[in-house]
Design a protein around this ligand. Sequence first.
Ligand SMILES: [Zn+2]
Length: 204
Amino acid sequence: MKNTSKLVLALTVIVSFAFIKPKHSEPKKINIVIDAGHGGTDFGATSDAITEKKIVEQVTKKIKSLNSNVVIHFTRNEDNFLSLNDRTAFINKLKPDLVLSLHVNTSLNNKTSGLEFYVAKETEFFEKSSKIAGELINKFATNKNLKVSNVKTGPFYILKKSEVPAVIVELGYLTNENDKKYLVDDNEQNKIAQSISEFISEMK
Ligand SMILES: [Zn+2]
């Protein structure tokens, strides 16, 4: 081979390599489980005809209808009963990047209000879950009409038994008049679903 041919070949090889995409440029597929609390015979918190199971189901359906670049799995799509063990079995089989379990709160004090975010200390995912909960709180805090808590801890079954990061989001207090208004309001539910959808879409 002539020297010039060698040079042309070498250059061709270099140029070809320049067009091979590095593997790490592919986006990481994020899997999320949205767990709508209660369902079926388990109504959760109630106030007159309003039920926790229905509110979290409505918000879950709104999250589902929003476009997101992550894969979202649902422990329930309908008004059916699932035990806590059924839920964690589903989660631990899937091994998602995050579980968000949606609930509605009650208090004997009708002045207690706002969204609360819980993680469990009793798991190896405590730190990761706390970090995610903090970021989720910041996302909700951009909605000035909502009152949000700091990251709280509680030994809840779904948090302790999920073998992945998990956060319980209590969307508000059914026992507080102001919270009750936004919890059942279609537009306010849309905003809550939007915040959650945006948050999970931005996860890396
Ligand atoms: Zn609940």
